[in-house]
Design a protein around this ligand. Structure first.
Ligand SMILES: [Fe+2]
Length: 306
């Protein structure tokens, strides 16, 4: 088991090419700041509109260069009727227009329309799966550059043969990742964004060292997804989905950060919870970065654990 892990994860990552001697001077010497807001779970109920507005106001007061969202923007399209899903997307579209800076959205499992609907949605419906997101929000995987850094946003949710969703990057998207990286200088710092995590210790923390989680918790073809980055300068992987805050620093080269949740525990976070509703602030200088978790002050008034 350990040998398999080492061979499968750590050895490939060990060969990532970003030794100090290869560090390049980027145009980001002055630095820039961005925020990562994941797992918003916006809906008209539970005070979520007021909570999200508080998060937006907090972000605007911080003046980051841009916002990245980490998926689970709405709650939800997986099971909802077409009308409910559409209205939630419209609500998100309207409210996210309140950010005073560009917003780069990532798609979460809860944005995939119809995967768990009852009665079932016909897969030929153009809004099925990723269709509604693409129609109302934009591309579900794409890249952009900012001050010498390359950002890649993935959609790591796929339809499961057993029904519902699973963590997997499909072949079409894998082809895009490989093609996109061909255009990137190996020394360029890269940030990868994925709702469903590629790497996390949360299943082991919660259930023990030998626990193997279900197909919806992590991206199952993680090794295939990370392989094209082996000789690139992957610095940071921003993840959501688990409503947990963790940082995994692998070989002091790649950091995997699961970014808490704007909604905390689905807008029910107790005052004494380990995780408060919040988001990440990331400050980049040169080809390095620091981060902190911003508790934007939402309080449900619940004092016992969920
Ligand atoms: Fe979530």
């Amino acid at each position: 088991m350990i040998n398999k892990l080492i061979a499968g994860i750590f050895l490939p990552l060990f060969f990532f090419s970003c030794s100090p001697s290869e560090k390049q001077t980027t145009s980001a010497e002055e630095g820039f700041t961005f925020v990562f807001l994941t797992d918003i779970h916006l809906k008209p109920e539970m005070g979520a509109v007021e909570g999200f507005q508080m998060a937006i106001d907090t972000v605007n007061a911080m003046h980051p260069d841009f916002v990245i969202t980490g998926g689970d923007l709405i709650d939800d399209a997986l099971r909802a009727s077409h009308g409910r899903a559409d209205s939630l997307y419209q609500l998100y579209h309207e409210m996210s227009g309140g950010f005073h800076m560009p917003v780069h959205n990532a798609m979460g499992n809860h944005e995939h329309y119809g995967y768990s609907a009852d009665p079932p949605v016909d897969p030929s419906d153009p809004d099925y799966g990723e269709g509604m997101f693409e129609r109302l929000i934009g591309e579900r995987y794409y890249a952009f550059d900012h001050q010498g850094w390359h950002f890649m946003v993935l959609d790591g949710t796929a339809r499961s043969d057993q029904g519902g969703y699973e963590g997997r990057v499909e072949e079409e998207q894998m082809d895009w990742i490989r093609r996109d990286l061909e255009k990137v200088d190996p020394a360029t710092p890269i940030v990868l964004v994925t709702h469903i995590p590629l790497v996390s210790v949360m299943p082991q923390i919660q259930h023990g060292p030998l626990y193997a989680d279900n197909q919806g918790t992590l991206i199952m073809n993680q090794q295939e997804v990370l392989a094209p980055f082996r000789n690139m300068n992957l610095k940071l992987v921003l993840q959501g989905h688990l409503h947990a805050l963790e940082e995994i620093n692998l070989m002091d080269r790649v950091r995997f950060i699961t970014g808490g949740a704007v909604c905390g525990y689905w807008w029910r976070t107790p005052d004494n919870s380990d995780l408060q509703e919040g988001f990440l602030q990331v400050k980049v200088v040169g080809d390095d970065f620091t981060w902190k978790y911003i508790d934007y002050g939402w309080n449900t008034g619940i004092s016992s654990r969920p």
